[in-house]
Design a protein around this ligand. Structure first.
Ligand SMILES: Cc1ncc(COP(=O)(O)O)c(C=O)c1O
Length: 371
């Protein structure tokens, strides 16, 4: 690997840049919060997809990692022996890949359908491994998860009846709670009631949940207000972004990831064109919050990338006096960091303007593997 360039200005753009001081602070504050409230922390790796960052999270006290894709499982098994696959295990090729994880890796899987329980149970028998299962509960997002408590109990019983599976508890993702942090109280109270009802019904059926896994970045600092939760799984909080700052989960100065971009044209009056378009920033709207466009300048957040092509991002200046020259380098805060990061093979780690390290985004992409 070539020696890293020393200055950020030397890096080819567009590039994913991570401020190491902020990354370290974000990892530490999440770990301190979890410890301080007696919660287990199992960060979702979909945001960083890098073993270099996962290692730091584990060193800070994470009990394990959460993954969405088989590729994330494969990659994270090289640094962690306790993985939660929080995505419906559907498709023989995917399940086979999960079963082929090294035997020392403790694998737990989320399910919301009896067909998944059956497929997982027989694949686990064939692989000679015992797989932990959390039954997924829909707590209001209406994406995946069993919506009714009786069906949740039935599924837990099916899991408990399979000798190759262990019923460990329930999981949910409260992705519908995206309002500003100060306005979440009533939604969190409803979440607590839902989880308590599910836990009580499971206990009455002789299957008390050992684990109640939940937690998102928007709700992370208020997780302790839902005492039914035993484990939290924030992902975005490792880097943060324009969306999480806009709802007050973090300050602007906590945002660790930016996209380094170069001004490539100013020839149309009143606008600035950057070399970061959809293939660097993604095209993610500001979910549930006010805010236009797809990204903003880190040091001029009122200036918004309003239009994009694949390799062009366009800022309309309006009345703003900023008139950069072609070649000037800027840093952009994307709306949604997880999708932006997935566009990059590598991350440039900086302290101030000095490049200190680089690491690969090993779990990005999709291999289309044939069994
Ligand atoms: C199942 C699951 N758990 C945890 C997370 C992490 O949540 P956040 O992105 O809010 O940090 C996600 C995010 O999509 C998720 O889908």
């Amino acid at each position: 690997m070539p020696a890293p360039p020393v200055r950020l200005a030397d890096v080819e753009t567009p590039a994913a840049v991570v401020d190491l001081d902020r990354l370290e602070r974000n990892i530490t504050t999440a770990a301190r919060y979890a410890t301080g409230h007696g919660l287990q922390l199992r960060p979702h790796v979909k945001t960083h997809k890098s073993t270099a960052v996962a290692r730091r999270q584990l060193e800070a006290g994470a009990v394990g990692l959460t993954c969405a894709t088989p590729r994330e499982l494969d990659v994270m098994a090289t640094v962690c022996d306790d993985l939660f696959w929080a995505h419906p295990p559907v498709g023989a090729a995917k399940i086979a890949r999960a079963m082929a994880l090294p035997p020392h890796v403790r694998l737990t899987v989320a399910v919301d359908d009896l067909s998944q329980v059956a497929a997982l149970a027989s694949a686990a028998v064939a692989a000679n491994r015992r797989v932990g299962v959390l039954v997924e509960f829909d707590v209001g997002m209406r994406r995946v998860g069993v919506p009714a408590v009786p069906a949740l109990v039935t599924m837990a019983q099916a899991v408990a009846a399979a000798s190759s599976l262990a019923f460990d508890g329930i999981t949910c993702y409260p992705g519908h709670i995206r309002q500003p942090v100060g306005e979440q109280a009533s939604a969190l109270a409803v979440l607590q009631q839902r989880l308590l009802a599910a836990s009580d019904a499971l206990s009455a059926a002789g299957l008390p949940p050992r684990v109640v896994s939940a937690g998102s970045t928007p709700t992370m600092w208020r997780t302790h207000e839902v005492p039914a939760i035993t484990e939290m799984r924030p992902g975005t909080s490792v880097y943060h972004d324009r969306t999480t700052a806009s709802i007050g989960v973090c300050t602007w100065d906590d945002i660790a990831m930016t996209v380094l971009a170069t001004v490539i044209s100013t020839s149309i009056p009143g606008q600035v064109v950057l070399d970061a378009g959809t293939k660097a920033l993604g095209r993610e709207p500001m979910r549930g919050t006010d805010g236009e466009g797809w990204a903003v300048l880190q040091d001029r957040p009122h200036l918004v990338v309003e239009r994009m092509s694949e390799e062009h991002g366009i800022i309309v200046l309006g009345d703003d006096p900023w008139r950069p020259s072609v070649g000037e380098v800027v840093r952009l805060v994307p709306n949604h960091v997880c999708v932006a990061m997935h566009n990059f093979d590598r991350v440039v780690g900086v302290r101030g303007d000095r490049v200190e390290s680089m690491w690969d985004v090993e779990a990005r992409g999709r291999a289309g593997l044939v069994p």
